[in-house]
Design a protein around this ligand. Structure first.
Ligand code: PMP
Length: 417
């Protein structure tokens, strides 16, 4: 296949009549991206998650040691010796699998313990576990909301929320736009059985936060409920690592908290924390919980991770030192990092080909980042996204800043002065 004369435009409208035709054309698009050196999706890493990783880069036969800025393991807990020890002990005691779904005998003491632990972490009584954070959102919303209900979404919520509201009435408001939210709430009065406002605590592409206090006040003023997915907030934001809900002291203002064990807690799985009646309803009505095999005993590592959020706050301190250092370095280079207030830092470029080229050049310089583009963000909003870890050193971050400085000289991605 020769792509010398091909451009991104050639692949904008992939035909959709027949799924195999679509897949074939999509494959051509992947080959095109690969031929341009732009396919840094599913890069294989040979080493553990960490601030540096051994990557099998496209076209190479040997791994390249690169600075890793793509991991949500913000506190480095996937490698924490005490958490690993807890997982090993759990596996030795209970084995590798739970054997069944909760409906038919797959509910064990370790599931109950983790439910209690995560509920208690937020000062609440009850929680329910799901296989992933994605399912926690999609399954819960799918179970609770139906045609006669209204889901009101911040446009920037995670894909799992959009999936959860496919069978309900949906209205969206522009990201963090309170006037628009109020307008939607006002127009919806008395028209629906249940109104639910659904937001993220930390937004995954911009790293910015929801103005939780004001959103909660508006939501309740209009008789709606508030759901907050704080997947990127837990362990990172707030003095005690309880996320955006702690930052705004909004524990009593959020009706349903959803989140994941896969990011700062270094493992896998999702959770929902809410009033006991909602959690019990989900436990008996939510198909993805009832009929899917429960988590493995290795989740006992999550219990230790939650304890370490309190016992070892130094990881959070180190993380924030790194976040602040990188942010001030990037703004010092004139780059647009938006309004991030978390461990997710975007460098906004706008143009998709330029963003892909920046990603390629960074990778070549030994810096592994994520170029993010449509449909994850709008078409003119492409960016390089970075996730910062407590275990990055100053030397790692200086390498990142030097690479951005070189790339800026080549691609002119800084803000106009
Ligand atoms: N919510 C948000 C905001 C996320 O960024 C993610 C991460 N991909 C999820 C939910 C899904 O979590 P998980 O990876 O555990 O499925």
């Amino acid at each position: 296949l020769n792509f010398n004369n091909a451009s991104f435009k050639d692949f904008e409208n992939i035909p959709g009549q027949d799924v195999f035709e679509t897949a074939k054309e999509f494959q051509r698009y992947l080959y095109f991206l690969k031929s341009k050196g732009h396919l840094n999706y599913r890069i294989q890493s040979l080493s553990p998650v960490g601030p540096e990783m051994d990557l099998m880069l496209p076209g190479e036969t040997q791994p390249t040691r690169s600075v890793c800025l793509v991991s949500n393991d913000y506190l480095g807990f996937s490698q924490h010796p005490e958490i690993k020890e807890a997982v090993i002990r759990a596996t030795q005691r209970f084995g590798t699998g739970s054997g069944a779904s909760p409906a038919i005998g797959g509910h064990f003491s370790y599931h109950e313990q983790l439910e209690q632990k995560i509920a208690g972490f937020y000062g609440k009584e009850e929680a329910i576990l799901y296989t992933t954070g994605y399912t926690a959102n999609s399954a819960t919303l799918q179970c609770l909301l139906h045609k006669e209900d209204l889901a009101i979404l911040d446009m920037a919520v995670h894909a799992s929320v959009y999936e959860g509201v496919l069978t309900t009435t949906v209205k969206t408001f522009l990201h963090n736009n309170l006037e628009m939210l109020e307008q939607v709430l006002r127009n919806a009065q008395d028209k629906y059985r249940t109104k639910m406002v659904i937001i993220d605590g930390v937004y995954s592409q911009d790293g910015d936060l929801a103005p939780l206090d004001r959103i909660a006040a508006l939501t309740h003023r209009y008789g709606a409920y508030l759901v907050v997915d704080d997947a990127h907030g837990i362990g990172v934001v707030g003095k005690g690592g309880r996320g955006v809900i702690e930052l705004y002291n909004a524990f009593d203002q959020v009706d349903i908290i959803t989140g994941t064990f896969s990011k700062a807690l270094g493992n896998i799985g999702g959770y929902v924390v809410a009033k006991p009646e909602i959690i019990n309803y989900l436990k008996y009505q939510s198909k993805q919980h009832l009929f899917s095999t429960t988590a493995t005993p290795a989740i006992l590592g999550i219990i230790r991770a939650i304890e370490l959020v309190d016992e070892e706050p130094r990881w959070r301190t180190m993380l924030w030192e790194n976040i602040n250092y990188l942010k001030s370095g990037l703004t010092g280079l004139g780059l647009d990092i938006g309004t991030t207030a978390s461990a997710v830092i975007p460098v906004k470029i706008g143009d998709i080909p330029k963003t892909l080229e920046a990603g390629r050049l960074l990778l070549k310089a030994g810096i592994y980042t994520n170029p993010i583009m449509y449909p994850a963000v709008s078409k003119k909003n492409a960016r390089i996204r970075m996730n910062i870890m407590a275990t990055h050193t100053r030397a790692h971050l200086d390498r990142v800043l030097n690479a951005f400085s070189d790339i800026n000289a080549q691609l002119h991605i800084s803000l106009p002065t």
